[in-house]
Write a protein that binds this ligand. Structure first.
Ligand code: ASP
Length: 318
């Protein structure tokens, strides 16, 4: 099992076989996480620093848990979004952290490309935990693992990604991953939230929810990301729910065994009906959270193998 990347910055840099390797290893970590004793030693002796310049609940908690279960020394740095002075502060922070010799740096930042920039300034492996509207690779990987386990495969599926695609790094990473693994992706939502240029990713665009959901295997709902909207993208939440909120009536157009996903945090009654979200026969939202820990363990394990191998090589050269 080889991983060609030094960092995990985006799905765009991964080959299909690397995606499969991460998911296979994550499957093993799912088993470990279901045992009484959940410890392994892939990161023993290594230091993981989590740096979140934007709020996070699930992602930060699961990266922390993943690192601890694998034996790393994990440190969380609380970064105040308001104190960010684009560029300069980020680089200063990177240099400061670098001097602490971390091995893995997990970074979330409100600006697209900021994590990539930071990765060029430090000596350790960097994992992108979400950069602006750009990518959220571990979310797409955990979604892929959830789909693969629920459907028994990760190819030739019809997947509808619905709602606020325009502001969503989750949608972007999923689009790239699902395309690489040869699935058909539909983007469903109003033109204000699903810009036509997304067709470049090979996706079909639907404005009507019932048409967009027709016979799909997977329905992936997205949160309305108000914090990234600077104008009137939707008439009102009520109207939006009426046209695009996932309820039993709209879901009836998907395949009878279609699964329902949401990356969280959810706005019940805005993009999804609470009853659908809680329906254990349709919704895999809790599984997504479980898969998140396993996928992050797998990703950090694979990157740490490269970190250790590079050190051995450097030591031999010296
Ligand atoms: N938690 C996901 C993200 O960080 C999705 C969301 O916030 O709506 O992008």
């Amino acid at each position: 099992m080889g991983f060609s990347q030094k960092h995990l910055l985006g799905i765009e840099h991964l080959r299909p076989d690397e995606i499969t390797d991460i998911l296979d290893l994550a499957d093993q970590y799912v088993d470990l996480n279901r045992r009484d004793v959940k410890h392994a030693d892939a990161l023993t002796g290594l230091t993981q620093i989590n740096m979140f310049f934007e709020n996070s609940t699930r992602t930060q908690a699961s990266f922390e848990l993943a690192g601890k279960r694998l034996g790393a020394d994990v440190m969380n740095m609380a970064m105040q979004a308001s104190s960010i002075k684009k560029g300069e502060t980020l680089i200063d922070t990177a240099m400061t952290l670098n001097a602490m010799h971390p091995d893995l740096l997990v970074v979330r930042h409100p600006h697209s490309g900021a994590v990539d920039l930071l990765s060029q300034k430090v000596n350790c492996a960097v994992l992108n935990a979400g950069d602006g509207k750009h990518e959220h690779p571990t979310q797409a990987l955990l979604d892929a693992l959830t789909i693969r386990r629920a459907k028994g495969r990760l190819h030739r599926l019809n997947v509808a990604i619905c709602g606020d695609v325009a502001h969503s790094r989750v949608a972007r990473s999923n689009l790239i991953l699902l395309g690489k693994m040869e699935n058909r992706v539909r983007l469903v939502g109003p033109p204000t939230l699903v810009p036509a240029q997304f067709a470049e990713f090979g996706a079909e665009i639907y404005e009507d929810m019932t048409e967009g959901l027709k016979d799909v295997d997977v329905v992936m709902m997205l949160r309305l990301q108000r914090e990234r909207m600077d104008g009137g993208f939707i008439p009102s939440e009520r109207e939006y729910y009426h046209r695009y909120g996932l309820d039993a009536e709209k879901l009836a157009h998907a395949k009878p065994d279609a699964i329902v996903m949401h990356p969280g945090p959810m706005n019940r009654g805005v993009e999804i009906d609470g009853e659908i979200a809680d329906d254990i026969n349709r919704s895999v939202i809790q599984e997504q959270v479980e898969m998140g820990v396993a996928v992050r363990m797998a990703a950090m394990d694979l990157l740490a193998r490269n970190v250790r191998a590079e050190r051995i090589n450097t030591a031999v050269e010296v």
